[in-house]
Design a protein. Structure first.
Length: 76
């Protein structure tokens, strides 16, 4: 398994939770949106699932690069 795939898989679930939480708070805290929460919350769930994989794939190399740079700083 490639490292990028492993890192993306590891951060996918927490990222999905953050996306859902941000969307749910937005829908429920704005009165105009909360009136349509029956329709908007399922849309937030579906959008979270759709956005999770590409965002995790984009974040994985950045997390790996941060780790490599941190190791180089401690050795020299």
């Amino acid at each position: 398994m490639r490292t990028r795939t492993f890192i993306a898989g590891m951060i996918a679930l927490p990222l999905n939770a953050v996306l859902f939480g941000a969307g749910a708070i937005t829908v429920l805290s704005i009165p105009a949106l909360s009136q349509n929460a029956v329709y908007l919350l399922p849309a937030v769930i579906i959008a979270g699932f759709i956005l999770t994989a590409p965002l995790a794939w984009m974040l994985a190399p950045r997390l790996r690069a941060r780790k490599l740079y941190a190791d180089q700083g401690t050795n020299g």
